[in-house]
Design a protein around this ligand. Sequence first.
Ligand code: OAD
Length: 259
Amino acid sequence: MANQRIDDGLVEVIKGCERLVVLTGAGVSAGSGVPTFRDALEGLWAKYDPMELATPEAFGRDAKLVSEWYDMRRLKVLGCEPNEGHGAIVGMEKLMKERGGMFKLLTQNVDRLHQRAGSEDVVELHGSLLVWRDVENGEEVLCDGKEKLPSYPWVRDGDERDGRLMRPGVVWFGEMLPEWAVMEANEAVSELGEKDVFMSVGTSGVVYPAAGYVDEARCKGAVTVEVNLERTPISDFVDRCLLGKSEEILVELLERVKG
Ligand code: OAD
């Protein structure tokens, strides 16, 4: 079984690595009050049916309902603040860049809390709740205001007959991930080598392609680290499985790497 504590060996590997790739999931934002997806009681998919809300077909059937639900989530995350785990990831990016190393943050999160914490190099694999997109021409609009959208569904410059229907800028089930994001993620993972580090933080590791990155990193010889409240399908084959809250473990890890 993988080591479950931060050990000197891991600290030294991170201190000396040339490349550090961090993949995050909803668990990183749990400490900020953003619900995860698969928590048995509080997770979004325990309360809502993703097929009724998170597919293109659902939007086609009931654009009002889907838009309202995503706007509710948008307003929720705008009312949350980044936590110390987000901050520690910013610290790791700074450390790596100061010493001329490569750092890449791949996130499945759509809440933009990494960016609000100060992360610069973020690849949003599943899009963002704060960006809405014209269904016809793909034009994107940043929606970071704390008031509700003007209408559900949101139709710009006209009414439902001649206006422009806007949709949330997230990836729905059955949709492709943004091409640029997949390319950047693939490149970052494929460049990993021995002595480099891949960290999977706060994700259940069941949604592809993100779930496959840890496997690829391992095949490249990188040291693989998982940080999660509980064991997941990847726990058995990572080099280190650090169990606990990411907002605590990442802070401790950063302190030891800096120390
Ligand atoms: P999940 O809800 O599947 O998993 C969240 C993970 O975070 C679980 O493994 C928890 O144990 C862990 N966790 C919870 N609190 C934590 C904490 N404080 N510190 C560390 N870990 C904690 O969320 P994701 O893995 O992000 O996709 O889900 C992946 C994708 O599935 C999402 O992007 C979303 C969802 O369906 C789409 O909507 C397309």
